[in-house]
Unconditional design. Structure first.
Lengths: 595, 390
């Protein structure tokens, strides 16, 4: 008999084995899972900008067309939705990858490192321990085993089926269930407890690639000869993550089970249901957190000497302010998207009120706030989140802010500065002659090489100069009055208010949002002429509907173009030995690509 | 803090309720306050200096203090055992009889003597109008500064040190900075020149909202504080002269003292100056009751004696010696001159229901504050010292 002190180590070893087994088990046991390895390779080597329509291969079998690693917020939301908000998810998530402006797009290019897997395993064990503890077990594992000290295959199977459906976003295959029942049995035999085995089986679900990645599957389309379509579960998860940022609920999965989701009416019914729910606020928050690049806050630091007021609380609150502003304007009030650049309405809490130097008039944590008519602030670009993210730790950067406006709100791709640029002058904040960043930038841009880019970026950023590196309003820089006037394409404007008006009437801003909603949901930019036509058509539809977000999401999610099956094409550049091998693996794994 | 009504431009509901009666106002939260004692040494917190040339008062000899006629040496040893609770429990019983606590009846113990301040510099106010008596302010601007409290206990170790380093004040202020209480000030007035207004008003209040530290461990500026109407508050007629906020005439100020006893300061004056960075610095000074001062210094009993390293009867006798004000004409000196030094940050002071910013210094309605604690056991307040001695 093993001593109690040995058991945790044994538990760890088994858990690790089960977890790793979960990663590998499908490769040799199940057809569905066989394609995952190929999908993972494809995901790693994908170049989403160059894609082609997926032909129907000879075997007509379903296959993986994309694997998108779930984001931290999706992981947390899923656990909270399935098991309650009192289940703590404690751990470090692997860094996400931003591509084409969105992490939702970059997530299709991510794998999991060994270190990252250890974190997922640790979180899975923690979640498993909590969900199956005395407080929660009866709710989530109601089946009572015949013997508490021995395996019970029937109860384990019941648990796996019930939970696996939501974690894998589809029913588990027999092989997926059997492999975990076997592991649970072995663990129970060694640990002499039913619960020990069940916990390990649960851990294996939570560490499986089918949970950690949103696996998108294609199947033969009965309505189109020799063509694939996304399967029902893939459609269900696209809808669920777009609208609610979480795993599909029972009704969505039922619609996928029955095939109802493939019908126009069935799809519309689900889209309407999801869009009408209060949970759309979560989806909206997740989308804008991604689009506005809030992940940058992980690396946003400020010089405490220069900005003593800046704190973790203010960093958190500033993100929340912008999200509350957007949800309130776009979802609650069903407002015009273009007005997010000009709206005087927002929300503040006590730390933000201190940052903006206004009284906090509420006994609650947050209060609605309207900028005075004569204020410099208007819209989300004048809020602390945007202003602090796109600044240096100790000073503002009109260039960074200008680039961000171009990239985030207009979907422009801005060139990187040359490697040999001398920033000494711009960084010299104590320059006795060139006291303002405007004057230093002007001197810097006298270099013709630099001027080309700064001409594009700086006009937008200079209009925001009345806000310091953490978003506090100011009128002076080093004792000199700040000039926030600017001009772009012949149009003159001043301060954030003027810039907001310029953005509000720029058609590229709403078009950029349409592109981003599509890419966020589909996990890639429009990939072929058909999709490009669809998205271009949506620009007009968005405008015709008054630039309302919810109708836009519904429109995109209801369209067959949102579910078009495309497969990434291997990179076109000269292949290295490594990429040759990966391409060969890809070609072997996907029958239609073998030639 | 911004001046003017612009601050009231918040949500519509708040704007409607905003009582913007004053033409201008400024508001602050205190980040630190402590008895206004001048530290005469160049470094450290206990070095000999111009204030205390002999250095900080030596620590008490507990063995000697505890040995009374009725207590045996083994009992003294037992009480002093650091492992036991006896010193906290029995440390005060060292009077002429077993049941007399010298904390409650300090006059029953002999005067152990005290090292008192002999320097001639201190902060505070010329309360008696006589420039020939009292200290000179360290910057030389004010003569006849009355701060007898400093003279009495300024050499006690727990009260020595440069601003921010006095041991006891630092302890209480850390508690305040960590959220145990907060104190705010509103200055308002009429006319277009906030720096020169002969009819300004200062309001001093306590708040329910906690102080917030900034990135450097200081107190962050700009936060909002709701007034607690159930707590002490004082509204003081004032004036501003070249930006300096001062009382128009000596008055009565009753706000929270450092040890949470109502200040009840007679003939009080205040003087505050806004610093170039927007922060606030200044003083409130006047005469306080000897009994109140003694309560502040002895309220913690043996714990205070141990942590503040002082002999309580020595404090009592020193206060009696230095008392310099007779509230009753012809009576005893039962009050003592003193001053507090304050540091503050710009803040927003808010009505108790958070409906609007306070833009005028005035009494804020709410339940009355509870009266001060009853007089010390066994001794009525303001009893002439001579009667005790007789």
């Amino acid at each position: 008999m093993k001593s109690p002190t040995v058991r945790p180590r044994l538990y760890s070893a088994i858990a690790l084995a089960v977890g790793l087994a979960g990663v590998l088990v499908g490769c040799s046991t199940d057809k569905t899972d066989t394609t995952m390895k190929a999908g993972a390779v494809a995901a790693k080597t994908a170049t989403p900008a160059a894609v082609q329509q997926l032909p129907l291969p000879a075997d007509g079998q379903p296959r993986t067309v994309a694997m998108r690693r779930v984001t931290e917020s999706q992981y947390r939301q899923t656990i909270a939705d399935l098991y309650g908000t009192d289940i703590e998810v404690v751990g470090r998530f692997e860094p996400d990858n931003r591509r084409d402006g969105l992490m939702a797009v970059g997530s299709a290019e991510l794998s999991i490192s060994a270190g990252g897997f250890e974190q997922y395993l640790s979180m899975a064990r923690s979640v498993s321990d909590q969900v199956l503890d005395d407080k929660h077990r009866a709710k989530f594992a109601p089946c009572k085993p015949a013997d508490d000290k021995a395996a019970d295959d029937a109860c384990t199977t019941e648990f796996l089926k019930a939970n696996g459906r939501y974690l894998f976003r589809r029913p588990l295959t027999d092989a997926e269930i059997k492999s975990r029942v076997d592991l649970a049995r072995k663990a129970s035999d060694q640990l002499k407890t039913y619960q020990g085995g069940l916990k390990l089986a649960f851990v294996s679900l939570l560490t499986a690639p089918e949970f950690l990645f949103r696996v998108e599957m294609a199947e033969a389309d009965p309505g189109a000869k020799k063509q694939y379509r996304l399967d029902g579960y893939t459609k269900a998860q696209r809808l669920s993550y777009l609208f609610w940022n979480t795993t599909p609920d029972a009704e969505l999965l039922d619609a996928a089970d029955s095939g109802e989701i493939h019908t126009e009416a069935g799809l519309k019914k689900q889209v309407e249901r999801l869009a009408a729910s209060q949970k759309i606020e979560r989806g909206t928050r997740a989308f804008f957190s991604d689009m506005l690049q809030f992940s940058r806050f992980e690396n946003t630091i400020k010089d405490g000497k220069t900005f003593p007021k800046y704190s973790f609380a203010i960093a958190e609150a500033s993100q929340e302010q912008t999200l509350r502003t957007l949800v309130d304007h776009l979802v609650t009030r069903n407002g015009d998207y273009r007005e997010v650049f000009t709206t005087p309405n927002t929300f503040i809490n006590r730390p933000l009120a201190a940052l903006y130097d206004v009284p906090f008039l509420s006994a609650n944590d947050w209060m609605p706030y309207r900028y005075p008519d004569d204020a410099d602030q208007a819209g989300v670009i004048s809020q602390a989140a945007f202003l602090s993210m796109f600044s240096h730790p100790g000073r503002t950067s009109p260039t960074k802010r200008g680039v961000a406006v171009h990239e985030v709100f207009l979907c422009h791709v801005m060139p990187l500065p040359a490697d040999n640029v001398d920033f000494t002058l711009i960084n010299d904040t104590s320059n006795g002659v060139l006291k303002t960043v405007r004057s230093r930038l002007s001197a810097h841009a006298s270099n013709a090489t630099c001027a080309a880019c700064h001409k594009l970026t700086d006009p937008l950023g200079l209009a925001l100069e009345r806000f310091d590196s953490i978003g506090q309003h100011r009128t002076l820089e080093n004792g000199e009055r700040i000039d926030a006037s600017s001009e772009l394409n012949g149009e003159k404007f001043e301060s954030a208010k003027g810039l907001g008006k310029v953005l509000a009437k720029n058609p590229e801003a709403p078009n950029c949002l349409v592109r981003n909603v599509f890419a966020y949901g589909a996990g890639r930019l429009p990939s072929d002429p058909g999709e490009t036509r669809f998205v271009t058509g949506e620009y007009k539809a968005f405008a015709d509907a008054g630039y309302k977000l919810r109708p836009l999401m519904k429109d995109i999610a209801s369209s067959p173009d949102f579910y078009r099956v495309v497969i990434p094409k291997p990179p076109a550049q000269t292949p290295t030995e490594k990429s040759k091998a990966e391409t060969a693996a890809l070609a072997t794994a996907i029958p239609g690509e073998a030639k | 803090m911004k001046v003017g009504a612009g601050l009231a431009a918040v949500c519509a509901c708040a704007a409607l309720a905003s009582p913007a009666y004053a033409d201008w106002h400024k508001s602050y939260v205190f980040s630190y306050f402590a008895p206004a004692f001048y530290y005469g040494a160049d470094e450290g917190v206990a070095n000999p200096g111009t204030d205390c040339p002999l250095g900080t008062m030596p620590e008490s000899d507990w063995a000697k203090m505890l040995k009374t006629q009725w207590r045996t040496i083994p009992d003294v040893v037992k009480i002093m055992d650091p492992e036991g609770p006896s010193r906290q429990r029995d440390g005060g019983y060292r009077g002429p009889a077993k049941d007399i606590s010298i904390y409650a009846q300090p006059w029953t113990a002999p005067d152990p003597g005290a090292v008192e301040v002999t320097g001639n510099l201190s902060y505070g106010f010329n309360l008696d109008g006589d420039e020939k008596t009292g200290f000179t302010s360290p910057d030389g601007k004010f003569k006849g500064v009355d701060n007898a409290y400093y003279k009495a206990i300024g050499c006690f170790g727990t009260w020595r040190g440069p601003p921010g380093e006095q041991h006891h004040a630092k302890y209480v202020m850390e508690s305040m900075q960590n959220g145990s209480f907060s104190m705010v000030m509103v200055v308002s007035g009429k006319g277009a020149d906030p720096d020169n207004d002969p009819t300004a008003t200062v309001g001093l209040y306590l708040s329910k909202d906690k102080l917030v530290r900034d990135a450097n461990g200081g107190i962050a500026a700009g936060y909002s504080f709701r007034i607690n109407p159930a707590a002490l508050q004082a509204v003081v007629p004032a004036k501003t002269v070249k930006g300096v906020i001062e009382t128009r005439a000596p008055t009565f100020i009753n706000v929270r003292s450092i040890d949470n006893i109502p200040m009840k300061m007679e003939k009080a004056q205040l003087r505050f100056v806004t610093q170039p960075d927007g922060s606030l610095e200044g003083f409130i000074g006047g005469y306080r009751s000897l009994d109140d001062m003694y309560k502040e210094l002895s309220g913690g009993g043996a714990t205070y004696e141990l942590t503040m390293r002082m002999d309580t009867p020595a404090v009592w006798y020193s206060l009696q010696r230095q008392a310099d004000y007779k509230p009753i004409a012809g009576g005893e000196n039962s009050m003592i001159s003193m001053a507090y030094r304050y540091f503050g940050q710009p803040a927003h002071v808010i009505l108790p229901d958070a409906s609007a910013a306070v833009t005028e210094a005035k009494l804020i309605e709410g339940p009355a504050v509870a009266e001060a604690a009853p007089p010390m056991r066994g001794r009525p307040a303001l009893t002439p010292i001579s009667a005790e001695k007789n």
